[in-house]
Design a protein around this ligand. Structure first.
Ligand code: PAF
Length: 284
């Protein structure tokens, strides 16, 4: 596996890769890799001839009081994991390579980014859309792979690709991969490592109570009551607070107050200890 840390290195390495022909997949990450990321790489390998993974802890998607400095960085370990999975090229730029001085551009995707994490983390999705657009332009992949764990992020990236007529990748080649879960149902996340043993055990209430809320909604319960019960049970189960628990249209992410015939999604963000966890599941 080659590693590029500057745009020149990336272009040279890509020229070598593309000279032999074949399709290229991109798996963008912020590192601190776990089985969820490796599943993205495996799906990418099945779909394309070459996989390029990126690791960049993107400062523009963190708010002023968020965990940018504390975000786990373990490049050597991540690099070994990617190599073992058959990744051809690791793109690991520094902040200067991604945001050289004088950088002034930002992409803002309204609508799908307005609610939920977009409301709770102002500017977060502008940072995500901007860096992902840059990664797409730098790597020019045939396909790109993202986890459905960050469901709203995936919707924002798809809307950005559609609206800006991106062709590498085209919007339909932005692939969402189902969330990978621990044995107790907790969605895998780089932030799970912040949890104390007690909070980690209690965190399993999140997927468990989400499933209970979905069962109630699908059985005809009032959506508002089911969501209020979900929030109450999370707090009783050890969560400090719930940022949001919402039912939304699976495509537009418009909030819903009743279960429609179209696919819907339950989206939750909740805090336990000092850690904010998010999860989402299909409803209906
Ligand atoms: O999901 C992530 O790890 C990040 O938000 C992404 C897509 C790599 C952009 O920084």
């Amino acid at each position: 596996m080659q590693t590029a840390t500057t745009l020149d290195m990336l272009r040279n390495a890509q020229a070598g890769l593309r000279a032999g022909g074949g399709s290229v997949a991109l798996v963008p990450t912020m590192g601190a890799l776990h089985e969820g990321h490796l599943t993205l790489v495996r799906e990418a390998r099945k779909a394309c001839d070459h996989v390029i993974a990126s690791i960049f802890v993107n400062p523009t998607q963190f708010g002023p009081n968020e965990d940018l400095d504390a975000y786990p960085r373990q490049l050597a370990e991540d690099s070994a994991m990617l190599e073992a999975e058959g990744v051809a090229l690791l793109w690991a730029p520094g902040v200067e390579a991604m945001y050289p001085s004088g950088f002034v551009t930002s992409i803002s995707v309204s609508g799908v980014s307005d609610n939920f994490c977009g409301a709770a983390r102002p500017g977060h999705f502008d940072g995500v859309a901007t860096v992902v657009c840059k990664l797409f332009n730098q790597v020019m992949p045939d396909k790109a792979f993202f986890g459905e764990k960050d469901y709203q992020q995936l919707a924002v990236i798809r809307a950005m690709a559609r609206d800006l007529d991106l062709t590498r990748p085209h919007v339909q080649d932005i692939i969402g991969v189902p969330t990978v879960r621990e044995a107790d149902g907790l969605a895998m996340s780089s932030r799970n490592r912040y949890l104390s043993p007690e909070d980690r055990a209690n965190a399993a209430a999140l997927p468990r109570e989400m499933k209970a809320a979905i069962a109630a909604i699908e059985a005809g319960a009032d959506v508002g009551n089911a969501l209020a019960t979900l929030e109450r049970r999370l707090v009783e189960g050890g969560f400090a607070s719930v940022d949001y628990a919402a039912l939304a249209d699976a495509q537009s992410l418009a909030p819903l107050t009743s279960l429609p015939p179209a696919p819907a999604r339950l989206l939750v963000a909740a805090r336990i200890g000092g850690t904010r966890l998010i999860d989402n599941m299909a409803v209906g």
